[in-house]
Ligand binder design. Structure first.
Ligand code: C2O
Ligand code: CU
Length: 485
């Protein structure tokens, strides 16, 4: 049987541990780090099954969730760069599933896309995933089968690939952010995949958790340096975290190193599926408290958690060693002079107020005709096509080992975090202006009406998904296949 999480005993144990443990994951002690298989050091086992979690109302109400190894998030999978991972996945759900290793450049047949890269794992069956961790960084895993519901019910977990020589910090912490749509009695609202969520901004929840919990405070020590790995596992919510009283430095985005920098407008923005690694120096005095607020949606700010300083400084002064530039991963640099150019245009969805206003109340013909074509799972279009499943004719075919520049045009009134499987890409420009860091990403958040250019070497052969990671958008058409051949 799966472990039940959220018992009083577990919570107490978690609270005792959470001040001191390296990565803050509920139930690590009970569910165990993904249990070891045999003697091989990097063999893990994940069981997808219904479970229980306290998400809403204090200590008393358990919600039914779907979870890996009985906890949401599932166990942390942590390996060293260059090592090989083996993961046995067992399906104890009553529907098919798969596991996708988000951001990890696996061989195509290990990518976990149902029907496209593997037969889905039927109830009662299992599948063995095996691949090398080529890139160090912060990644995560989740199902790709009906992900709007499977991820939304709690199936996801962190996948951390450590650098051979990790930068010096006092503590490393993983915060896997999620939100849940709960009913007044603390259960998960069953309205998955409803047409309103699909055609607007997705399933945004009413309860936000860090590592599946709603802790109010996070204890820190004066003059401590923390590496905080943030992962947005929400179906649709975009986070904009402001660490009041602190200056975080962003050292990696989507697992890939970036020139260390303070976040623009003091806000770390993470669309669904995106990650950021921060160096956070605890520069204030014993006993003080600072709020971490999420202020992405203006007018809807709330306090995510409070940093509470302990009485005993870790060292007499703030760390004076430099913020590390993480070593680059072995990604091939695209050659822009010789790149082949492509374009992907997104259409569909309901019209938003501002967008209509900008158009003077008139709907562009193309969008209007798209809307006429809309039905329940046919709401969003990439280059005029709404996906109805994972298997489709390629939207783009990319010559293997060549450099490619893809212009993404968001002709909708909504934000979209667009994710490409099997590759990381450089984000070159936004609305024609060069980006500050030419960051490597696997998921790029696009504003309504925005145009973004990305570039990469198509060096991983196979059929790869390109889709919006607002999972309701993906489920209602916003997905296509990019073939590398
Ligand atoms: Cu996070 Cu197509 O996936
Ligand atoms: Cu979208």
């Amino acid at each position: 049987m799966f472990n039940w999480i959220g018992t009083k005993c577990t919570r107490r144990r978690f609270l005792e541990l959470s001040g001191a443990t390296v990565s803050v994951l509920p139930l690590a002690a009970k569910a165990g780090p993904a249990s070891l298989l045999g003697s091989s050091a990097n063999a893990f086992s994940l069981r997808a099954a219904p479970g229980r979690a306290q998400l809403g109302h204090g200590e008393t109400v358990d919600a039914t969730v779907w979870a890996y190894n009985g906890s949401t998030p599932g166990p942390e999978i942590r390996v060293r760069q260059g090592e090989r991972l083996r993961v046995k996945v067992q399906n104890f759900l009553s529907e098919n599933t798969t596991v996708h290793w988000h951001g990890v450049r696996t061989p195509n047949r290990m990518d976990g896309v149902p029907d496209l890269t593997q037969a889905p794992i039927a109830p009662g069956e299992e599948f063995f995933y095996e691949f090398d961790a080529k890139d160090a960084g912060t990644f995560w895993y989740h199902p790709h089968q009906r992900s709007f519901e499977q991820v939304g019910r709690g199936l996801y977990g962190p996948l951390i690939v450590e650098e051979p020589e990790p930068p010096k910090v006092d503590r490393e912490v993983v915060w896997m952010l999620d939100d849940w749509r709960l009913t007044p009695d603390g259960q998960i609202s069953e309205d998955f995949g409803n047409r309103h969520d699909m055609s607007h901004n997705g399933r945004v929840g009413n309860v936000v958790t860090i590592n599946g919990r709603r802790d109010r405070t996070f204890g820190v020590r004066p003059n401590e340096r923390i590496r905080l790995r943030l992962i947005n596992a929400a179906n649709a919510r975009i986070f904009g975290l402001d660490f009041k009283g602190h200056t975080p430095r962003v050292v990696a985005l989507d697992g890939q190193p970036v020139t260390p920098h303070a976040p623009k407008d003091d806000m770390v923005v993470l669309g669904p599926a995106m990650r950021a690694d921060l160096i956070l120096d605890m520069t204030d005095k014993p006993g003080v408290r600072h709020r971490v607020i999420d202020r992405f949606y203006s007018g809807l700010e709330y306090e995510l958690i409070e940093l509470t300083y302990g009485e005993t400084p870790l060292r007499p002064k703030a760390p004076d060693w430099p913020v590390p530039q993480l070593p680059a991963n072995p990604l091939r640099e695209p050659s822009l002079d010789h790149a082949i150019r492509h374009e992907i245009v997104f259409n569909g969805g309901m019209m938003g107020g501002d967008y209509m206003a900008r158009l003077g109340g008139k709907m562009p013909d193309r969008t209007a005709s798209m809307m006429g074509m809309m039905h329940a799972d046919n709401i969003w279009f990439l280059n005029g096509v709404a996906a109805t499943g994972h298997v489709m004719d390629p939207m783009l075919t990319l010559a293997r080992d060549r450099s490619h520049v893809v212009t993404l045009k968001n002709a909708t009134a909504w934000r979209h975090p667009m994710h490409l499987h099997g590759h990381s890409f450089r984000v070159l420009t936004r609305n024609g202006a060069p980006t500050a860091h030419r960051e490597w990403q696997d998921t790029v958040l696009m504003a309504p009406g925005e145009t973004v250019e990305i570039a990469f070497v198509a060096d991983n052969p196979g059929d790869w998904m390109f889709h919006c990671h607002i999972l309701e958008h993906q489920a209602s058409g916003m997905m296509g296949v990019v073939r590398v051949a």
